[in-house]
Design a protein around this ligand. Structure first.
Ligand code: HEC
Length: 234
């Protein structure tokens, strides 16, 4: 093999992969065109406006710097690539009390405003794309305090205590002397008498980010296959 063929081969092997995986997605998704709902197919009309949950960027950074994406995905794959819509409440709730079946595939609008789409590396733990929905459904009265307890130490939840390898983040919490009344945010965990454990700013940011993970708003059927759409083409 001469150098010329070697150089061409090298460029083709790496260049084509780079084009397909980096360049093409970048140019197709950097400047997303608005998508319209279609009359007769979708339940609503007009342009799709993604629902955003205010300022969650701080919590997203805490999520990134603690490597949560190594075990948790945030993507309901298109159905040709895997049956994520069939997994229990990953892609939305199959029986939302107000809206019925809200499951849908992820789309590029779900990651608007973030530097990187936290689609995840492995799926050792459950997908978190709609964790906020599951949390509010399962812990309607005490979602926030349940979440602090779980972030402090997931194994405080008896349901998973025996086997969960989800890391606790005790370093995002502060041990504080109780002065007067206990803080209503205090984590219900064992600690020296007279002290309590309260979430620090990063734990609070991470909790509001996790609660904001509710990516199941209705999208135009043209963008998505979801069991609840009325798209005649399925
Ligand atoms: C070593 C892999 C691993 C890493 C890293 C990890 N998790 Fe987990 N996570 C799991 C597993 C396994 C479960 C399922 C058992 C459980 O509920 O604890 C889980 C469950 C969860 C749940 C509950 C999901 C549900 O649907 O009930 C949340 C919330 C969560 N993890 C948040 C985090 C956050 C935030 C981070 C980053 C600080 C993180 N995890 C990092 C493995 C991991």
């Amino acid at each position: 093999m001469n150098f010329r063929n070697f150089a061409i081969g090298l460029t083709a092997s790496f260049g084509l992969a780079w084009l397909a995986v980096v360049v093409v997605p970048f140019f197709t998704m950097r400047d997303l065109a608005p998508v319209a709902f279609q009359e007769g197919i979708d339940a609503q009309t007009g342009i799709y406006h993604p629902k955003t949950a205010g300022r969650v960027v701080n919590g997203y950074e805490v999520y990134a710097e603690n490597g949560c994406y190594l075990c948790h995905t945030q993507v309901a794959r298109p159905t040709y690539a895997g049956n994520d819509l069939g997994r229990p409440d990953f892609a939305g709730l199959s029986a939302d009390p107000d809206r019925g079946d809200t499951r849908r595939e992820s789309n590029p609008f779900d990651y608007l405003g973030l530097d990187f789409a936290p689609i995840g590396v492995t799926r050792s733990g459950p997908d978190l794309m709609n964790y906020g929905r599951r949390l509010l459904r399962d812990h309607p009265a005490d979602a926030e305090s349940y979440l602090y307890r779980r972030l402090y130490n997931p194994r405080l939840d008896p349901a998973v205590a025996a086997w969960s390898n989800c890391p606790g983040l005790p370093f995002l919490f502060e041990k504080k002397e109780i002065k007067g009344q206990r803080s209503d945010r205090a984590v219900d965990a064992e600690v020296k008498a007279g002290y309590e454990i309260v979430p620090g700013p990063k734990a609070k940011a991470l909790a509001s980010y996790l609660m904001s993970l509710q990516h199941d708003d209705a999208v135009p059927a043209s963008m998505n296959y979801a069991p609840a759409t009325t798209n005649p083409e399925g």
